[in-house]
Structures are given as C-alpha cells and as structure tokens.
Write a protein that binds this ligand. Structure first.
Ligand code: KG4
Ligand code: ZN
Length: 348
C-alpha cells in the first residue's frame, strides 16, 4: 500500500536532504528543503503483509523494504521535482537504529550507495531523535529545553532535550512499550494488527469505568513505565468472561484499558515536569496519534503541549531528514562505514 503525504512545490534554491526510514515495517522516503519544508514524502506501509501474523515478521519486513525501496526513491524524487538528484541533493539522512537489523540494513545500504554515487555527505540518524524532530518540524516555536514523551510500538520513554543533540533519559518502560500493549490487547480481543487505531476507535463507544484496570506504577516517584501487567489484567478479564460464557464487552474493555494506559503516561509526564521544572512537553511516536492521550494532554494547563500531526506521529522519513539536517548543521558527519544499531540508545 502506498500512502502519499502532504506535498508542496517550491524552488530548489535551498539545501535538499533525502531522508530514508526503514527501521521497522514502513518504507519511507522524503525530500526536505532546508530545515523544515517538505517537498515530497512517501510511506509504503507493510501492515497488510504482517496483519495475518498479528505482528511484524522481521524476515518478511526486510524483504519487502528491498522490493519497494528503489521505486519509492524514484517516486519521492519525481514528486519533489528533483530531476537531477546527483546535482540537487545535498545530504542523505538515514535511520541507523534502533529497529530490526534486516530492515535497517536495507535503508543503510541504499543510503550509503546514494551518498557515494552523488558524492554528498551522509548522516546516520537515531530513530528516536527522528521522533523528537517530528515535533520540531511541526512547531517552529519549540525550542529546548523541553520534555519529549516518546510512545511507539517499540519505545516508551521520557527524554529531556537540553539542546538538539544533548538528550537526557528521565525514564523508560521496564517491559512492554505502550504501543506494544495496545497491539497485544487488540490481538487478544481479535481486533487485528496494528491494534492502537482499532482500540482508539472502539474505546469511543465504550465505558472507561466499566472495568478497573490498574494504572501501572501510577503512584511511584520514579519516571518508569510498565505495561505488561496491564495487558495481563485485560487477559484475565477476558478469560473470566469466556469461562462464564458471558459476552465480551469489547468496547468497554478498550475504553477501560485506554483509560489506565493514558493515565499511566500522564502521571509520569506530570512527575517529569515537577522534577525538572521544564514546562514544555512534546509527544511523539505512533501512540501520539491516540485521541484520548491527545485530549488528556491538551486539556491540562500545567505545561505547554506539542503534538505532531497524525502523519508525523507514526514512522516517516520526513522526521529523519529533519533530524539529519539539524545534525549536519551542527557539524556532524557519519562515516560511510557505519553499521546499523538495532539496540541504539538516544540517551542514558
Ligand atoms: O512510531 P510507530 O509507527 O512505530 C514504532 O517506532 O514503533 O508506532 C507504531 C505503534 C503501534 O504499536 C500502533 O498500535 C501504535 O503506534 N498506534 C496507536 C495509534 N496509532 C498507532 N496506539 C494508540 N492509538 C492510536 N491511535
Ligand atoms: Zn518509530
């Protein structure tokens, strides 16, 4: 499936960055002019390929990236009006990690080949820094210091952005990521993959107080998350209802699960604001598209909240190009021999 995102056309007088993102199951490329002007962006989602398995199959993911990346490259260049990339592209930025090794390799090898052929510099970007830049792109007024809650299928962490390139990890999940919990709960409710959007949608029709699921680590004074217990609590409820032969109130379970998950995230953002005194909070990653989380963030007044538009929440190459451009502007360069980092961390 090919999803074409917002495209605008401008003159190419400025610096052009080609961004490449293949860390998981989306093959995405983008052309960025200067720090934040998107000339073109394409995302080829593998959702249909992985859906029958209820999750991403790494071997299938890397094969699919390889199959589609060259035609997507042609498309993103032509959509961006880049007729002569050898002359017009100034920088190639690619996701280095974290992610699936096979998937990362496809992006990295493509980026290395292009940077060498076009004789332009290469920047290997941390995927999580990319998610932070989704917000920087969307909100020109967002300047460090700010907090960033990164909530995706693979990550749940709060980062203090002291300056661009200088990140402090305040805390992360002990086990499952928030998006992973959404996906697992959706799977056990038979809602398919990915589960986040399905639960988000059904929760609107359910009663969030129908079941009292525990808010994981809600009252500890540490910035840390845990979602595996919440997922298990949902499993027990479903099993009990099945044993009783009762109908499963799917919408109520979705709404109650979501209430606990969102409160777990909100409580740790509150704590992080209290601990650091930083009152600007950005939210990034696939779960930042969640309507209940967006509503909870927007309806408090203890901090200023920055949310990316939906198309920049999930994985995309625009954010990678923007993070790469900023790193380049700070004087960073990556060696052409860099290796992908499946477990790369942004901050300790
Ligand atoms: O950032 P992303 O595209 O990929 C990773 O880097 O993991 O995030 C994907 C995750 C999936 O777990 C998906 O279920 C979740 O984001 N997600 C959502 C919503 N849309 C996507 N979770 C809750 N509500 C949503 N509306
Ligand atoms: Zn991501």
């Amino acid at each position: 499936m090919l999803r074409l995102q917002w495209v605008c056309s401008v003159s190419h007088a400025s610096f052009l960055t080609l961004g490449i993102e293949t860390s998981c199951d989306d093959t995405s490329l983008a052309v960025l002019s200067g720090p934040r002007e998107v000339l073109s962006s394409v995302v080829s989602s593998q959702v249909d390929l992985h859906a029958p398995y209820g999750g991403v199959l790494p071997e299938l993911a890397s094969r699919k990236h390889q199959e589609v990346i060259i035609s997507l490259l042609r498309k993103v260049l032509s959509d961006g009006g880049v007729s002569n990339p050898c002359r017009d592209i100034d920088l190639v930025a690619v996701t280095r990690g974290p992610g699936l090794m096979g998937s990362l390799l496809v992006g990295a090898m493509t980026a290395k080949a292009l940077a060498q052929a076009w004789e332009v510099p290469l920047i290997a970007v941390n995927h999580l820094e990319g998610h932070i830049f989704a917000n920087v792109l969307a909100h020109p007024s967002l300047e460090p210091p700010f907090l960033c809650l990164i909530v995706s299928g693979g990550h749940t962490e709060i980062i203090l952005v002291r300056s661009f390139g200088d990140y402090l990890l305040l805390g992360r999940t002990r086990d499952d990521a928030a998006g992973e919990a959404y996906d697992k709960v959706a799977k056990l409710l038979g809602l398919g993959y990915p589960g986040g959007p399905a639960i988000d949608h059904l929760a609107k029709e359910g009663d969030p107080k129908a079941f009292t699921f525990p808010v994981p680590l809600g009252h500890t004074r540490n910035v840390e998350f845990s979602f595996s217990g919440l997922k298990t609590a949902v499993l027990w409820v479903v099993r009990r209802l099945e044993q009783e032969g009762a109908p499963i109130p799917v919408a109520d379970i979705c709404a109650s699960f979501q209430r606990a998950a969102v409160e777990a995230l909100m409580s740790k953002v509150r704590l992080s604001v209290e601990m650091t005194g930083v009152e600007r909070v950005a939210v990034s990653g696939g779960v930042a598209a969640n309507s209940a989380l967006r509503e909870a963030m927007a309806s408090q007044d203890a901090w200023d909240v920055y949310l990316p538009p939906h198309e920049l929440c999930t994985d995309n190459a625009v954010m990678i190009a923007a993070a790469g451009y900023d790193a380049y502007a700070r004087g960073l360069r990556s060696d052409i021999s860099f290796s992908p980092g499946p477990s790369l961390v942004l901050a300790k």
